[in-house]
Design a protein. Structure first.
Lengths: 636, 313
């Protein structure tokens, strides 16, 4: 009961944070400082439009996740405190106004989520996931801290406000290194390829409401850091930085979705798809930074606003999908799609919500994913106003990557929704599944509603986002259309989701009416699926997740490098009878093999060399101290 | 506003009514080319009427997804018919452009693939898997090919693109344009399930893509699916005709020019249909896993055509 109460409290806090965040987004400011509590500048929080946007994102996602948790955890107390700490820390990150506050909030967020990833302490997989997550988030923090220390050294202040004041006067040399370090640190939190290795392990290991927040919100705080560093602390950024962000986004988008499409673990599939969406957001952000670097301010506003819009949309549909996947795990106890199927008749609400989320993430009009991808496409097309060939080619690379991603995302989510929910159950647990409890359903319906609202309301959301980005970029706002229609560059492009929905509705009525008018037969006979006259329909006739993605494995085999293993045990009497066949075709993790293993090997080698210094003899250590002292004296 | 609504209705009507004739004419032509008499061009209308009279057999394993899909397919194709400039170089929906059009096709692919999986048979799953694989590889090419045109015309409004190229025919003869045409033609074959990617006349399940996916449909549902398929072919051919050969598309929306535009469109479609029939007669179906190579080739062409916009001013 206490647990439910605490989750209810978290939901209420989330709602409050949303209100404060939206107020901040629309221009309300505020500042709270507690100087005595911690050293180095004390705690200081401030609310500005950018921070307000991300605070609202955290708050609005916390509400459904917390409501969902009431039904999902069934009163279990373990993990509640970590959850509250996690949510609170995420809310503090975008408000932090100096280094100390930021680092405390950032570390609290990492630490709390570490405990949540470790929720299932019995499984080796969770332990490994938590360990890799801890290492990667500390490496990320080290990069962020190093970047911040450099900035403290150049500006002489720990307050972020001083940094943004000093930013325009920085030399390009003083800008480059902090930019790179902060970029690496924040990109690792956002799960950008190749710093993503922790993400597909950690996100699925956590309980599903936490997975939803980690994928929907926590990775966005990495994006927040990138936006803050690029548009505030170190603005204006050079051209190479914008190009680097755009290219990193393009690679993340394509590689993320390529891994997602062959995944058969439902939650891992969603985690890989988060990497893809972060890539899409970075394509938009990178385009904005490039526009700004070449002096096209109002196009920069468009591109960055589109990226933030996609961040918001991704929070809505990815939370929805993770909560749906959680309901499936809750009902069946498995995340393996090859053991699922047929859930649409057993869990109709969850199935409908999941199909809805899948349509949104596949960017089907008129839902929200389509609107933000449309905006990012339009922003990229505006590169026709940039008169530099190498930048045009960079933009074109982004366009090609985004186009490639859109098709693969469709395939990925047809698979996720179709194999998990449709047709006949592939296992007994799936056959015995039950619908999720009412709180979980409420949470999913809320998020599905958000997907519709964000899809229909770009004329409300977009001006608010442009109003946020405009002052940061220092450009006047582009005309973004009127009450119903979003416009880009005057006559270049227009989109009106509301009118489109109306037209689609009319078009849906047309075949219904047409059939009636044509006097079509209305009789329906229910009969079993036809399949060449065999006696029984069983789940073994169905396509599985692995079979479904096989064409992709073959087409992109240069990327997956599948290793085939075939074990056939023959009958001892005759080798024409097979007792058992085992077939496995795992894909090889490219980045682990080519980047992390060599890096780890180098680190271990280095450690072995360093160990020789530590002989354990006190005399040797005294000699080291003497040597160090002498060197220092000589240097001084 | 009134002219836009009238234009929208005319276009939806032209596409919806003309699509079965297009498919019928294509079949007749192909039959004649291989020396058969073949069915009459208006046979598809009779087929649709027959299907509408029959009862629908629906598999017990299926869900609402299976029954909703045919309606969604027809609806998206009707909206697509209104977005594409069919009889005038003006988009009846001023708030819609090429990106929306491409994603509308994805809506159809999404639901159809889910419906294929919903039947629970191996054929449905196989068709769905292959269809999304082909769509996933064809989609980026289509997007890039039309972007090449949009960048040159400086608008993503389809009517605007057609009007721009009709006004300046020299633009339409640029190398980038030709590359985009080649890329678009190849993916048109893939998206509408024609040879050499898919064989619309096959009845051997193992080689099917599209047909395997819709195997479970019957009666009125099958009629809607077939009709939507015909409309997709009509829309793609119209897009090809009016985007790459924009001559004779009237810019004025009034009864007389519209009739003229309809006549011009019919001539263009007749030529394209003959070309398609000849092509389908002389090429053999590609092995399934050779198809990606073809699509990758067309993707490269499309990428080149976008790059050419910046290289060749």
């Amino acid at each position: 009961m206490t647990a439910s109460l605490l989750f209810g409290l978290a939901a209420a806090g989330g709602a409050l944070a949303t209100v404060i965040g939206v107020a901040g987004l629309l221009g309300a400011g505020g500042r709270v400082a507690v100087a005595w509590l911690v050293p180095l500048g004390g705690l200081e929080l401030s609310l500005d439009p950018l921070g307000g946007f991300f605070l609202a994102l955290v708050g609005a996602s916390t509400v459904p996740a917390s409501i969902y948790a009431i039904g999902y955890t069934t009163g279990e107390r373990r993990g509640v405190l970590a959850y509250l700490g996690f949510v609170a820390a995420m809310g503090l990150v975008p408000l932090a106004a100096n280094v100390m506050t930021f680092v405390i909030a950032w570390e609290l967020m990492s630490l709390a989520s570490y405990f949540l990833v470790l929720h299932d302490r019995e499984s080796d997989e969770s332990i490994e996931a938590a360990w890799i997550y801890a290492v990667m988030s500390q490496i990320g923090l080290a990069c962020v801290l190093a970047g911040m220390l450099l900035l403290i050294a150049t500006t002489g202040s720990v307050s972020f406000a001083d940094w943004s004041r000093a930013a325009p006067g920085l030399s390009s040399g003083a800008r480059a290194l902090p930019l790179l370090l902060l970029g690496l640190g924040f990109a690792s939190k956002a799960g950008v390829i190749p710093l993503h290795v922790w993400l597909p392990r950690a996100h699925p290991a956590a309980p599903s409401h936490v997975s939803a927040l980690m994928s929907g919100v926590m990775v966005k705080l990495g994006i927040y850091g990138l936006v803050r560093a690029s548009l505030d602390w170190l603005a204006p950024t050079p051209v190479w930085w914008g190009a680097a962000v755009l290219l990193a986004g393009a690679v993340s988008a394509v590689v993320g979705i390529l891994y997602a499409v062959v995944e058969r673990d439902l939650k891992r599939l969603l985690a890989f798809s988060s990497i893809e969406n972060v890539g899409v957001i970075l394509i938009g952000l990178g385009a904005g930074l490039l526009f700004r670097a070449v002096g096209l301010g109002s196009l920069a506003v468009l591109a960055v606003a589109a990226a933030l819009y996609h961040a918001l949309n991704h929070a809505a549909f990815k939370s929805l999908l993770f909560l749906g996947a959680g309901a499936v795990v809750h009902a069946t106890g498995t995340r393996n799609m090859n053991a699922l199927g047929g859930l649409v008749s057993r869990m109709p609400w969850t199935a409908a919500c999941f199909v809805f989320g899948a349509a949104a993430i596949a960017a089907l009009p008129p839902l929200n994913g389509f609107v933000s991808e449309w905006l990012i496409f339009q922003a990229l097309l505006q590169n026709l106003h940039v008169a530099r060939l190498e930048l045009n080619l960079t933009f074109t690379f982004g366009l090609a990557a985004l186009a490639l991603t859109s098709g693969l995302t469709l395939a990925c989510f047809v698979k996720a929704a179709g194999i998990t929910f449709l047709a006949v159950p592939r296992s007994e647990v799936a056959a015995g599944a039950h619908e999720a409890p009412v709180t979980m359903r409420i949470a999913m319906v809320l998020l599905a509603g958000a997907c519709v609202a964000l899809g229909l309301g770009p004329t409300l959301v977009l001006p608010a986002l442009a109003g946020l980005v405009g002052p940061l970029v220092g450009a006047e706002l582009p005309a973004l259309g009127d009450g119903l229609t979003v416009r880009v560059s005057g006559e270049f492009a227009a989109l009106s989701p509301l009118a489109l929905t109306a037209v689609l509705g009319i078009a849906l009525l047309a075949p219904l009416l047409g059939l009636r008018l044509a006097g079509a037969s209305r009789r329906t006979r229910w009969y079993e699926t036809w399949a060449c006259g065999r006696m029984l329909q069983t789940a073994r006739m169905e396509y599985t997740a692995t079979a479904f993605s096989n064409p992709f494995k073959r087409v992109f085999d240069f990327f997956y490098r599948p290793a085939k293993r075939l074990d056939i045990a023959f009958h001892p009497e005759s080798r024409f009878f097979v007792e058992r066949i085992e077939y496995a075709s795992p894909t090889r993790p490219l980045f682990e093999e080519w980047l992390y293993q060599p890096a780890l090997a180098a680190l271990t080698g280095l450690a072995a060399v360093a160990r020789r210094l530590q002989s354990g003899s006190a005399n040797a250590y005294l000699a080291y101290i003497l040597g160090a002292l002498l060197i220092l004296l000589v240097l001084a | 506003m009134i002219t836009d609504i009238a234009l929208a209705l005319v276009q939806a009507l032209v596409v919806a009514a003309g699509a079965p004739l297009l498919v019928g004419a294509l079949r007749t032509l192909k039959a004649r080319l291989v020396g058969r008499r073949g069915p009459r061009p208006w046979q598809p209308y009779a087929d649709l009427a027959k299907l509408l009279r029959k009862e629908a057999v629906v598999s017990t394993t299926t869900s609402w997804v299976f029954r909703v899909t045919p309606y969604v397919l027809v609806a998206t194709m009707l909206v697509a018919a209104v977005i594409v400039p069919v009889v005038a170089s003006r988009t009846a929906l001023p708030f819609a452009g090429i990106i929306l059009l491409m994603y509308l096709f994805l809506v159809g692919a999404f639901f159809l693939a889910l419906a294929g999986l919903d039947s629970g048979s191996a054929f449905g799953g196989m068709g769905a898997s292959r269809e999304v694989a082909v769509a996933a590889l064809a989609e980026p090419t289509v997007i890039l090919a039309v972007f090449a045109l949009a960048l040159r015309a400086e608008t993503t409004n389809l009517g605007g693109i057609v009007a721009r190229f009709a006004g300046e025919p020299s633009l339409a003869a640029s190398p980038g344009h030709l590359l985009a045409f080649a890329a678009f033609f190849i993916v048109m074959l893939a998206e509408t399930g024609r040879l050499p990617v898919d064989n619309p006349a096959t009845h051997l399940e193992l080689t099917m893509i599209h047909e395997a996916m819709v195997l479970e449909y019957a009666g009125r549902y099958l009629a809607l699916v077939e009709w939507a398929g015909a409309m997709k072919l009509f829309v793609f051919l119209t897009l090809l005709a009016n985007l790459f050969f924009p001559w004779g598309v009237p810019s004025l929306v009034a009864p007389a020019p519209i009739l003229l535009g309809l006549g011009v469109l019919m001539v263009k479609l007749a030529l394209l249909t003959v070309g398609l029939a000849v092509l389908e007669t002389i090429v053999a179906k590609l092995r399934l896993f050779r198809v990606p190579e073809l699509l990758a080739g067309s993707f490269a062409l499309a990428l080149l055509s976008v790059t050419a916009v910046f290289l060749v001013p």
